[in-house]
Write a protein that binds this ligand. Sequence first.
Ligand code: B4P
Length: 201
Amino acid sequence: MSRFLLIGPPGAGKGTQAVLLSQMLSIPAISTGDIFRSNVKNETELGRLAKAFMDAGDNVPDSLTNELVRARLVEDDSVAGFLLDGYPRTVDQVRELDEFLASRDEALDLVIELVADPEVVIARLSKRATEQGRSDDTEAVVRHRLEVYAEQTEPLIDIYSSRGVLVKVDAIGTVEEVTARIADALAARGISVPEPDSAAG
Ligand code: B4P
């Protein structure tokens, strides 16, 4: 079992936890947000197309997103497993991912939902705005991102829940506390997670 998805509202800690879990589980973390940000930074054609959507807090169109995830998932390091962070986040993206994984006789093993109160995530992202200056972390844009999450991504929770692969994890607490809760949730499903120190060695 090593095909995972981290899902949750903006600021719930997906990116933060994905980096830690990827090290602990020795699988790549694949973040569509990071891929888009790197394309924006490097001024590629994809970055040029994605930037306006990201700055407004809207999802980048599925036509741009699906293709890049497919390309990433066929890379050698993803064959044995992966941790998706922020993809899929629309019902169409679920369909696309299902089709792709089915073509390899695979499916997601576990979907980890990070549950966080909107006011907490707004506070976290406002802090990040002052630290990193991300253009989509202003309060107005964050509120819009939360609406987009509620409309377009929350329906995925029911989809994965009905498949019996969803686990909910409380994302309020320190980063270490949340990581420990995820590790417990994985352990409860028979997936052992080495301690960060032993995974690093
Ligand atoms: P993402 O990069 O996915 O942005 P995000 O939802 O804010 O998550 P992120 O990983 O950055 O933040 P995290 O919660 O870890 O997407 C950005 C944009 O890209 C989207 O709006 C969209 O335009 C586009 N996009 C991405 N994927 C797409 C897709 N599949 N389809 C269409 N469009 C797509 O952390 C937030 C902050 O909280 C951090 O500063 C962190 O330090 C802090 N934090 C984390 N855990 C904490 C804790 N326990 N306590 C205190 N602070 C914590």
